[in-house]
Design a protein around this ligand. Structure first.
Ligand code: K1U
Ligand code: ZN
Length: 173
């Protein structure tokens, strides 16, 4: 297993549309193992393949207290999302240190393949529902800061670029 590096906002590669996974083979299963390890190492509750610069429809999530119930969703599709929405405080491993409110459906029903390639349906509410929607946005090339006002988004972009420069990293946008 290996730790993968996570793209940092405003890297334009975060806005890439992911393509469907064609086959759940050894390559995908290796990627899943590396993504789960990377998510735990970063103390995240989710990670989308887009964030590690792999543009295929694959996400991993673990919202359990003990961090031992990884959920793998390959080619996830929203079958139903509740009309009821709630404002949640969100964070993102691609935008470290930034937390802000985003409105999301309180409940979702999602179809996907699991890590063995078997079809499954997931009914989610609470933090799991929020995290599924956040990770599925990544697969569409959308980062949560795009729900915020242009003023907030530009401030976040400047802060991230300033931090990158201070760390001696090259500009990405
Ligand atoms: O996609 C990601 O970068 C992972 C992200 C998932 C997420 C967190 C919060 C709401 C929606 C989606 C994170 O894990 S951010 C870091 C984190 O562990 C966290 C932040 C706020 C609440 C709970 C966890
Ligand atoms: Zn994120």
């Amino acid at each position: 297993m290996a730790l993968l590096s996570i793209l940092q906002y405003p890297d334009p590669k975060l806005h890439t549309l992911a393509r469907p996974v064609k086959e759940v083979d050894a390559r995908i299963q290796g990627l899943i193992a590396d993504m789960v390890e990377t998510m735990y190492d970063a103390n995240g509750i989710g990670l989308a393949a887009t964030q590690i610069d792999v543009h295929e429809r694959l996400i991993v999530i673990d919202v359990s207290e003990e961090r031992n119930e990884p959920l793998v969703l390959i080619n996830p599709e929203i079958l139903w999302a509740s009309e009821e929405r709630v404002l949640n405080e969100e964070g993102c491993l691609s935008v470290p240190g930034i937390y802000d409110g985003v409105q999301r459906s309180t409940q979702v029903r999602v179809s996907a393949l699991d890590g063995e390639g078997k079809p499954r349906t997931v009914e989610a509410e609470g933090l799991l529902a929020v995290c599924i929607q956040h990770e599925m946005d990544h697969l569409l090339g959308k980062v949560f800061v795009e729900y915020l006002s242009p003023l907030k988004r530009n401030r976040i972009k400047s802060k991230m670029l300033k931090t990158r420069r201070a760390l001696g990293k090259s500009d990405v946008a």
